[in-house]
Design a protein around this ligand. Sequence first.
Ligand code: SAM
Ligand code: SF4
Length: 379
Amino acid sequence: MDQPMRKERFPDMNLKDTLARAVAGEPLAHETLAFLLSLEDPRDLQALYRAAYQVKLQLVGNRVRLRGIIEVSDICRKNCYYCGIRRGNSNVDRFEMSMDEIMAAARHAAEFHYGSLVLQAGERTDARWIDFMTDALRNIKTIGNGKLGITLSLGEQTAETYRRWFEAGAHRYLLRIESSDPELYAKLHPADHRYAVRLQSLRLLREAGYQVGTGVMVGLPYQTVDNLAGDVEFFKSLDVDMIGMGPYIVHHRTPLGQQFPEIGSDTARQLELGLKMIAVTRLHLRNVNIASTTALQALAPDGRERGLLAGANVIMPNIGDVAYRKGYQLYENKPGLDENAETQRRNLERAIGSIGESVAYDEWGDSPHFAARKKNAEA
Ligand code: SAM
Ligand code: SF4
């Protein structure tokens, strides 16, 4: 990654002042975002994380929102150059969970008092899949009289499909832009995966009534500090309610993994970049939900806790069947492949407690940003 020396590029920036202004809620210019994302000195980084944590405590609190994630299927019609379950990888055991399996996982989430679910899968647009997911949503909504909130992460769909799934009970949707820079986006995807379509999908989701989340991969080949600063500005310009982003991790059976096998081998650096993005996003977007993703944990056993300490407030423990996890490998060394839902829950509770935070059980956990947006729309 192209990172100009901080002192050369930002001779006039003072970290202490910048952070004080950021905590107070002053809008951050592109140069300021780039400056913060370029920090490397461990003491500077600690100051950045502390500032972001302070904003998090003020605006979203220290109770972690959990979403039990169910990876419903690894069948995908797309061929993103970085992803282990891309259509072109013939070395993947393709699966689709049955309705009974999905319902068993959803009941687990309810028994664990998780309050909210994420249904994630490869991108599929066939009529059978759309109907199947519609039925799954309706069925999940019968559990405990609709007590589980549902986020979807099922890729680009038509306005009609987004509407159907919303009416069937989903209320949040996560669709990462992957990179907000159209040129970088084009380098990461085949020509028929279009940036404009991804962007339009984010608009359609908002129109359909969802709380919308987006995000990017961090530490990608070709990605610069200015790209990342642009990503944070992009999140703000879209006025999103939630952010799900994380480090890019190599999968060697992908074109990007083969072209740049060494990218990401410096795991400490990849982790640091992921944490910086969380912190800077917290400072710039303030009251949104930000996930501390599994990819952070793939880089360090305490990666997710460090994400919380850098400003994230959401964790997505896997509650699907352990038997399918080896199929759903977006990247190598994905953690928790053998950990059942109960073990995960206990480990997670212990980890969250160890940093002085607690779990918000039995709540949908919508972001304060969404509540404010709703209030404004009603006024
Ligand atoms: N197929 C849907 C989509 O792409 O929106 C949802 C599932 S997809 C597996 C979820 C996310 O996984 C993608 O948005 C992408 O950012 C992430 N991902 C894929 N390959 C990755 C990799 N090698 N390292 C880190 N994240 C990756
Ligand atoms: Fe499919 Fe999503 Fe992976 Fe792209 S990132 S190949 S759409 S599962």
